[in-house]
Design a protein around this ligand. Structure first.
Ligand SMILES: [Zn+2]
Ligand SMILES: [Zn+2]
Length: 252
């Protein structure tokens, strides 16, 4: 199994998970053209996609999805709540709900409900029968039910959205600070590092920090927090950024 990131952050999100000839795109927050360009950088053409999975209806996750699905006739998996929040409905929608497990080609998919200020936000864990990869972004808090899905993974991409202090002293208006830092907002560096510490990270081949805020975080701060909390090698930690995402990573 392998994964790659088209880009990650409040300006647009998208990532690929692949096993054999099965390729799924999770979220499509860039314009169609930009999505095609970023896919091409990773050696993928949109017509090779088996499916698009959406996490929630925020624009940074769905901006280009309706056009992509239409042009390439790709099925879109999403929750009822996410579907109801889309400005442009997608064709070939397949509805999923929290707790679902299903196969797309050679990939096994588990749907995890999370706490975020969207209608019915979901995250996903992928497996190939041997290895498992978890994606966990856009959540303000977590409970044991969520943690359970992410136990024993071989690779994890997790949100480290903001630094508490930078958010507090930064440019956002008060209501937005409350929202981002709240239980249905985004994980800060502390929360994300603690979550990974609770799960245990020794079995992970890859740990990728994602959805970093450009205004309220810095890659160095996020890395330092994880290194302090986990005691891991700084060079081992990876960051998926907004401009260039992350090249393919193999989960052996
Ligand atoms: Zn987001
Ligand atoms: Zn969101």
């Amino acid at each position: 199994m392998r994964f790659a990131v088209l880009g990650s952050g409040s300006q647009g999100n998208g990532m690929l998970v692949a096993q054999g000839n099965t390729r799924v795109l999770v979220d499509c927050g860039f314009s169609l053209r930009e999505t095609e360009r970023r896919l091409a950088m990773l050696g993928v053409h949109a017509r090779q996609l088996n499916a698009v999975l959406l996490t929630h209806e925020h624009a940074d996750h769905v901006h280009g999805v309706a056009l992509l699905a239409q042009r390439y006739n790709v099925p879109v998996y999403l929750s009822h709540g996410t579907a109801s929040g889309l400005r442009k409905p997608v064709q070939a929608a397949r509805h999923v709900r929290c707790g679902d497990r299903f196969d797309i080609g050679e990939l096994q998919v588990s749907v995890v409900g999370v706490a975020h200020d969207a209608r019915e936000p979901t995250q996903y864990v992928f497996g190939n029968g041997n290895r498992r990869f978890g994606l966990l972004t856009d959540l303000g808090s977590y409970c044991p039910r969520v943690l359970k899905h992410y136990e024993g993974l071989d690779a994890l991409m997790i949100e480290a959205n903001h630094c508490r202090d930078l958010l507090a002293s930064g440019p956002y208006p008060w209501f937005l600070k409350q929202r981002v830092g709240g239980d249905r907002g985004h994980l800060n560096n502390h929360q994300a590092a603690n979550l990974v510490a609770e799960l245990g990270w020794q079995g992970l081949q890859h740990l990728v920090l994602a959805h970093l805020s450009s205004k309220n975080n810095q890659p160095r701060l996020a890395r330092d927090r994880f290194v302090d909390t986990l005691g891991c090698d700084p060079a081992w930690l990876q960051v998926a950024d907004q401009a260039s995402g992350l090249d393919w990573r193999e989960i052996a």
